[in-house]
Ligand binder design. Structure first.
Ligand SMILES: Nc1ncnc2c1ncn2[C@@H]1O[C@H](COP(=O)(O)OP(=O)(O)O)[C@@H](O)[C@H]1O
Ligand SMILES: [Mg+2]
Length: 287
């Protein structure tokens, strides 16, 4: 449990995740009110990392549901263990016993998937459930989550409703590749994560790439900031900044003036067009 937003900031800092005041407040309120938090932002701004860091800071288990097209109940919520059911039927037959249908749909034959696993987590610390990239799932999938998001409960038609004794901390992320239903948004607190401001970006890279010279981190940060003002297909996020500084550090350079460095831009650019643009912008990015 967090005492206040400053406590969130300190404890996340201790696991090397750096928040601004807005995100500290959002995480604090979500965890104290037991409400799901929907995090949106450009790819690579630290949405997934926020949920992972939150779990570490709380000493909680992280349960992760990566969303994808076609995701449904049996991968996200629960599934009946058909093999065990079949076995039970065969066993009953061999013993010449009769099995009622209800005998086959008990908790014994249930397989927990991430959402139900979070609901039935034995504690004592409630888990953090990360529902990652919800915008990748079909929009019908959102409807399957509404009961859970509103009531921390999962209803299984054959069995009844499971409600979490202690509500899990729920973080949903979206890259906004499509819009989400109002019904889902209404059940969540919301926070938009911006790219970190230069000072924080510098500190994030410093902690993530041990051995990177401060001058290099500064110069790379300035170039990445410039890159984000270009019309790129994929603006570089923190993940790309980190990769690039790691690449430059491996090469032993301390600034962007060494020859041949445009060849490292594959760490930042992810399409041929972006590579062309960034290569053209490169000399101007040097201090
Ligand atoms: N505020 C932050 N503090 C520490 N590291 C961060 C932060 N934001 C981003 N990162 C780093 O950037 C990487 C990419 O972030 P990620 O969570 O994968 O982005 P997203 O899920 O938004 O696409 C993470 O692995 C993490 O190392
Ligand atoms: Mg992510």
């Amino acid at each position: 449990m967090f005492a206040d937003p400053a406590d969130v900031r300190h404890r996340l800092d201790a696991v090397d995740y750096l928040v601004d005041d807005g995100l500290a407040m959002a995480l604090f309120l979500a965890s104290r009110l037991g409400r799901p938090l929907l995090l949106e932002g450009e790819p690579g701004v630290g949405k997934t990392a926020a949920a992972k860091a939150l779990a570490r800071a709380l000493g909680a288990d992280l349960i992760r549901l990566q969303c994808y097209e076609g995701l449904g109940v049996s991968e996200a919520l629960y599934e009946w263990n058909h093999q065990r059911q079949l076995l039970a039927i065969r066993l009953a037959e061999a013993r010449q016993e009769k099995l009622a249908e209800a005998d086959l749909f008990t908790a014994d034959f249930l397989l927990d998937r991430p959402v139900l696993r979070a609901v039935r987590h034995p504690g004592p610390v409630p888990p953090v459930l990360l529902i990652d990239e919800i915008d990748r799932a079909d929009d019908e999938f959102e409807a399957l989550l509404l009961e859970f998001l509103g009531e921390h409960a999962v209803t299984i038609p054959e069995l009844g409703t499971f409600t979490a004794v202690r509500p899990p901390t729920v973080v949903l992320t979206s890259n906004r590749s499509r819009d989400l239903h109002d019904a889902l948004r209404r059940r969540c607190l919301y926070h938009w994560i911006e790219y970190p401001a230069p000072a924080r970006a510098t500190e994030i890279v410093r902690r993530t790439v041990p051995g990177a010279p401060a001058t290099l981190i500064g110069a790379a940060g300035a170039f990445v900031a410039r890159a984000r003002t270009l019309e790129l297909d994929k603006a570089p996020g923190m993940a790309e900044s980190i990769d690039w500084v790691a690449a430059l550090t491996v090469l032993g350079v301390t600034d962007l003036l060494a020859p041949g460095l445009p060849a490292t831009l594959g760490a930042l650019a992810k399409t041929p067009d972006d590579l062309t643009q960034l290569t053209a912008a490169f000399p101007e990015g040097t201090p």
